[in-house]
Design a protein. Structure first.
Length: 484
């Protein structure tokens, strides 16, 4: 055993049905952190198993002793029903889910099973953990769910566990998943929740970086700090607005500020009022996901306390979809403000510098192209902000007569966050260039630390040239800037 192995084992994430967060999902799914199943989770799963086995001996249980959907009243009389159910549902279309999103689904489902509401054989939990630790992912298509359960994705995963479908990127000995557990295993929106969790963690980082970049732009345009005054926030005490203004006061503390005008454009003056709601929406989404990540949301639900099996609608993710929709609409507002700040940075009347922060011969274009990039990304964010919750569907011979499309909301949020990263990166490139051209270095403090990081990384050349590499580099800086 190498010296690194004990440390790696100690760093394993314990999944036991409680305490899973968006940040933890991202660390396991994207960074490959190892996992292990907590004893409490295995115990809960075992207790639920005992309850459901008693229940099926005395009453009909949906999906175990009956068919599913419109076949809910059809009695199952043979042992092959479960496997047929998995095979029939393991379909989809479109490209495969990316490896991080497929892993996020597995993380979420493993933790949900450990919450003890499914009745699935607890022996399958370590199998899922081993698959994650070996870097295996199931072949899951990206199209096929509408917010009422990721049945296709999880059925494909179950077939991999059984050995009927090959895992991607490796192998695992087949596990004899009980056919009676088929519906219980796939009765979850784990793929949707997993994707939403990663998007939420990424969004939180970018929203934290935004005031830092805005403060750098503020110095370039010689803004006024009056809008961030505590008295102004106390007069209208919304939590997110107050938090953003307080962050700006902290970032600008100790800076040599001589406002160039009595009142700034909205891009600076209304920053707390626009960015604050995005912070609030992201916080609400994080809270929503914290519940979802640790919930026993199966139908039917095995309630160990009462010894009952309860048919219910907890699989339905309308609340999550609405939270995702709200976050995207709020994100568009603050993204538009970042694009507006970029517009101020190329305006000589506001910066005292050359148009487009150009250098060299007259009519040089400088960072002009950044505006086109920002507004291209902003157009995508606007398009993606359309509420997915406005859709609906009628399926399964009219029995399932509603849908919330939280799956589409999660996918749109992933794409929106990626575009917002581009918008912020463009503003950062321009702000750092503007400060360099003014010969201005922020006073010591968190803003100086952020500037040193960015200025020490971004290209110093100001001659007209392609800026795509600058944007890429700025994107990579954003998580660390958010921690400033």
């Amino acid at each position: 055993m190498t010296s690194a192995e004990p440390a790696q084992a100690a760093a394993a994430a314990v999944l036991d049905g409680t305490g899973l967060t968006c940040a933890k999902v991202r660390k396991i799914a994207r960074d490959g952190q190892r996992v292990e199943v907590g004893p409490a989770g295995l115990r809960r799963a075992g207790q639920a198993r005992a309850v459901v086995q008693r229940a099926v001996a005395s009453r009909p249980v949906y999906g175990r002793t009956t068919g599913v959907g419109a076949n809910r009243s059809v009695e199952v009389t043979d042992g092959g029903h479960g496997l047929r159910l998995l095979r029939s549902h393991a379909g989809g279309a479109g490209p495969m889910l990316s490896a991080p999103l497929a892993r996020a689904m597995m993380v979420v489902r493993l933790n949900q099973l450990a919450a003890g509401g499914s009745g699935v054989d607890p022996a399958v939990l370590p199998v899922l953990a081993e698959a994650l630790n070996r870097g295996l992912i199931p072949p899951v298509r990206s199209v096929g769910a509408i917010g009422t359960g990721d049945l296709g994705a999880l059925a494909s995963t179950a077939l991999c566990i059984l050995g009927e479908r090959p895992w991607l990127d490796g192998t695992l000995p087949p596990f004899a998943l009980d056919p009676a557990d088929a519906l219980a295993f796939i009765s979850s929106s784990a793929a949707t929740i997993g994707e939403a969790a990663i998007a939420c963690a990424d969004l939180a980082e970018l929203l934290a970086a935004t005031p830092v970049i805005a403060a750098l732009s503020f110095l370039v345009v010689r803004g006024s700090p009056e809008p961030y005054a505590a008295a102004a926030q106390q007069a209208r005490p919304h939590a997110g607005q107050a938090a953003v203004a307080a962050r700006m006061r902290l970032l600008l503390a100790g800076q040599q500020i001589r406002p160039a005008r009595i009142q700034d454009p909205y891009a600076y003056r209304a920053l707390p009022q626009v960015h604050g709601p995005a912070v609030d929406a992201a916080g609400a989404l994080d809270g929503m996901l914290t519940v979802e990540l640790n919930a026993a949301a199966e139908n039917p639900l095995v309630d160990v306390a009462s010894g009952e099996v309860i048919h219910n609608g907890n699989f339905y993710t309308a609340a999550l979809g609405l939270a995702l929709d709200t976050a995207r609409m709020a994100l568009f507002q603050t993204a538009a403000l970042s694009a507006a700040r970029l517009g101020t940075l190329v305006e000589p009347a506001l910066t005292g510098l050359r148009p487009f922060l150009a250098s060299g011969a007259p009519a040089s274009s400088g960072v002009l192209s950044l505006e086109y990039v920002a507004h291209s990304a902003l157009a995508d964010i606007r398009r993606l902000a359309s509420p997915a919750a406005l859709g609906s569907a009628v399926l399964s011979r009219g029995l399932e007569e509603h849908a919330n499309f939280s799956t589409q909301a999660a996918r749109a949020t992933t794409e929106s966050v990626a575009r917002y990263r581009i918008v912020l990166a463009g503003e950062l490139v321009a702000a750092v260039r503007g400060l360099r051209m003014r010969g201005l270095v922020p006073a010591p403090g968190p803003l100086r630390d952020a500037y040193d990081l960015a200025a020490g990384t971004l290209d110093t050349r100001t001659a007209d040239r392609p800026l795509d590499a600058d944007i890429d580099e700025a994107e990579r800086l954003l998580p660390e800037l958010g921690a400033s």
